[in-house]
Design a protein around this ligand. Structure first.
Ligand code: HSC
Length: 697
């Protein structure tokens, strides 16, 4: 008998407790243990019913994702579930924590299910690029009807227990001790001589004959590029149209097809990458952390306000400082409006608006920050302003306060040098809108203390962010790589492509939008002002990229906000419309630069837009600005919309394109243009020579 599933009894009830921390994933030992336990209790004359429960923090949270793609071992999950369903003894599954994926599918093989009120269950396989492969697509529709099941499986969302009860997924919610409640429920069912109810014997109702067609239409936009949602529709259709065993066969075929797809491999990689990114190689997980009970924000602008909302959302009181009452009032008003809009859309309770606002204390006085545990500065992006702020913070805050800067481009080491405690200084680069975007680049300065890093990484998670640690370099990781795509997009525009062609290639690859549509959304004037300030033409060692951009800004075409940029817009409709006026500007620019325009293929656009980013990623890795290739991927998937089904730039380079192909293409463009921009990074060269991948670095 394995330890992965423990057997015990309470009177005439046999109890199987899954014991595979941390999340009781369905490893081979767990599958074997459940099957053997059900069989043993099935034959035991002293046992009348069985309770299946999870030990620790959750019922089974799914298949063991790490086992996918490895040679099969142990009992097949479908056989385990069939053994449960066909057991001569009544089985009750007792659900707490997060019964997910194969975990919920196992529970659906029990004759009855009870849960705690706090349990959240679901079939989230879609997020791993697969579909529920142990009968979930066949059993859930039989319990809830096809429409609900389709939505639940395509969204992969966690279903709260009361909703699950109302849909018949669980039969009863028990308060207090789950095991006690489940045993009592089993005894009650025995007393009532309740039947051994098998979900497979129910019929899945189809609420509308057009359900599957309508669902395909409804998901067209959000499921673009993904494979799993489309297969899920087919399997649920099979649940409605085919006998159970045939439906299971269909589910199996489509499951295997998805499991062996590159999309699913990328999504499964990404699942673990996101969790790894939170770990810092030289900062052990048991590093003592500072307590963050209160926060401070300098600046109540768009960024400062958004960051303050993160604190309030997590229940952490925060003091927000501005230099004038007007700016403070404006900032608070924007925050309140944001909350009120969320409440109107049903995203939070109306009474919570005031509760969250009450956690944000406005002030004009630096002394009000003296006792806070973490201050984040979100003021104007010049070193002079940062210097003033950090000198002041150093003076007023208590020893041990973590001093963070939200700079997106300035040198964190220099900022730290304005204080007498550079070890307490760190960068926290939020992305706009800061209350929405999940990515947080935490920037480690050369003096940043390990406990400061540990604290900020775990606090980032507390406020709902996906943190990645990066080093100090221009643009950090995300913007530094983005710049490469921007440079080549500008050159290609001058050489012969139009914004709409470049944007389409990038969009078709899977990004939410291309570089020019993105620039129109963010505001073209931002870069224009920076270019003027920096005298970029002289400073950069790359050919100037701003000729067209400057020309359109000089016409006041700042993007969506002015109704025109690289595209024109019929506001309030934000659909970009190609504009002949811009084409004229581009053609004139090419002429002025002495460039004969030529047709540029979509393949060339893709390579020139994305390969330099991978090359820059290699430099970032080599310089230690990112810890691992996976950190770069997490940044790009979360902050910039790199399609998760392509894993991120480094995974895509490693596993889809191949490093040698990228290396050789860089050389080809270097030789054709004579531009040193294309020189392959030393790390890329080395990996190609050694036949290795970024993931091995
Ligand atoms: C599935 O179930 C497919 C089925 O349809 C069956 C198909 C069978 C087909 C066979 C037919 C013959 N596996 O997230 P946390 C690790 S697909 C392995 O930090 P939390 C995680 O990496 C699966 N490991 O904790 C981390 O490890 P670390 C469907 C898993 O409290 C540690 O556990 N289920 C794992 O924030 C803690 O995780 C899902 O997709 C797994 N399934 O969240 C659920 N799950 O400490 C995926 C977690 O070394 N999991 N780990 O870094 C989650 O959503 C979250 O982990 C929870 C807990 C909400 C469970």
């Amino acid at each position: 008998m394995s330890d992965a599933v423990l057997r015990s009894t309470q009177g005439r009830i046999g109890i199987l407790t899954v014991n595979n921390p941390p999340v009781n994933a369905l490893a081979a030992a767990v599958r074997n243990g459940i099957k053997e336990g059900v069989e043993a209790f099935g034959k035991d004359a002293n046992i009348d019913a069985i309770v299946l429960i999870g030990g620790g923090r959750t019922f089974i949270a799914g298949a063991d994702i790490r086992e996918f793609g490895k040679p099969p071992s142990g009992a097949n999950l479908n056989d385990v579930i069939a053994t449960m369903e066909n057991s001569p003894k009544l089985i009750v599954a007792a659900l707490h924590g997060t019964p997910l994926g194969g975990g919920l599918e196992t529970a659906l093989g029990a004759h009855y299910r009870v849960s705690l009120p706090t349990t959240r269950m679901g079939l989230p396989e879609v997020h791993l690029g697969i579909l529920p492969g142990a009968g979930g697509t066949q059993r859930l529709p039989r319990l809830t009807g096809a429409k609900y099941a389709l939505d639940a499986i395509i969204s992969g969302r966690h279903i709260p227990a009361p909703e699950a009860k109302s849909k018949g997924i669980v039969d009863a919610i028990v308060e207090g001790d789950l095991l006690k409640g489940a045993v009592a429920h089993a005894e009650m069912l025995l007393a009532q001589k309740a039947p051994l109810r098998r979900v497979r014997d129910l019929t899945a109702t189809l609420e509308s004959p057009d359900l599957f067609k309508e669902t395909e239409k409804a998901i067209a936009r959000r499921a673009r590029g993904f494979k799993a949602p489309w297969s899920i529709i087919k399997t649920v259709q099979a649940a409605v149209e085919l006998p159970f065993d045939e439906g299971m066969k269909r589910e199996r075929e489509l499951f295997v097809e998805l499991l062996t797809s590159s999309e699913s491999a990328a999504q499964r990689y990404y699942f673990f990458a996101e969790r790894e990114a939170a770990k810092v190689l030289d900062v052990p997980s048991d590093t003592p952390q500072r307590e963050i009970k209160t926060g401070g924000i300098i600046g109540a602008g768009t960024m400062g306000g958004g960051i303050a909302m993160n604190f309030a959302n997590a229940g952490v009181p925060v003091t927000m400082l501005e230099t004038s009452k007007e700016a403070l009032d404006r900032g608070l008003k924007t925050i309140r409006t944001n909350y009120e809009n969320t409440a109107k859309r049903g995203g939070m309770k109306a009474e919570d608006v005031d509760k969250r606002m009450a956690l944000i204390t406005p002030t004009l006085d630096y002394n009000d920050l003296k006792d806070v545990d973490l201050v984040i500065e979100a003021v104007f992006e010049t070193m002079e302003v940062k210097e003033t702020v950090f000198k002041k913070l150093d003076e007023v805050t208590k020893p041990g306060t973590i001093l963070a800067t939200n700079t997106s481009g300035l040198d964190v080491n220099q900022i730290a040098s304005y204080t007498k405690r550079p070890g307490d200084v760190i960068g926290m680069h939020f992305f706009s809108p800061a209350n929405v975007m999940k990515l947080l680049e935490n920037v480690r300065g050369k003096a940043t203390e390990k406990d400061v890093i540990a604290t900020v990484m775990s606090f980032s998670k507390k406020i709902g962010k996906i943190p990645v640690l990066v080093g100090v370099c221009e643009g950090f990781v995300g913007n530094r790589m983005l710049r490469m795509r921007g440079i080549q997009s500008s050159y290609m525009m001058e050489e012969g492509a139009l914004p709409q062609q470049i944007d389409k290639v990038v969009f078709d690859y899977g990004f939410p939008m291309g570089p020019f549509a993105m620039s129109d959304l963010a505001g073209n004037d931002v870069g224009w002002r920076i270019r003027q300030g920096k005298k970029e033409k002289e400073k950069r060692n790359v050919r100037y990229t701003g000729y067209v951009a400057d020309a359109i800004c000089e016409l006041g075409r700042f993007g969506q906000k002015t109704g025109a940029g690289y595209y024109k817009y019929n506001l309030p409709d934000r659909t970009p419309i190609p504009d002949p006026e811009v084409e004229k500007i581009i053609e004139e620019t090419s002429k002025k630069l002495g460039i004969t325009r030529r047709a540029i293929s979509d393949q060339e656009i893709l390579e020139r837009a994305l390969y330099p980013m991978v090359n820059e990623g290699a430099k970032i890795l080599e310089e230690g600005m990112a810890q691992r290739a996976l950190d770069i991927d997490v940044i790009w998937v979360n902050g910039y919309g790199w399609p998760v089904y392509r894993g991120g730039p480094m995974w895509w380079a490693d596993n889809v394109v191949g490093l040698k192909t990228i290396h050789d293409a860089l050389l080809k463009y270097r030789d054709a243009s004579g531009d040193p921009f294309w020189e392959p990074a030393p790390l890329l060269k080395k990996l190609v020579q050694e036949g290795k991948k970024f993931s091995t670095v």
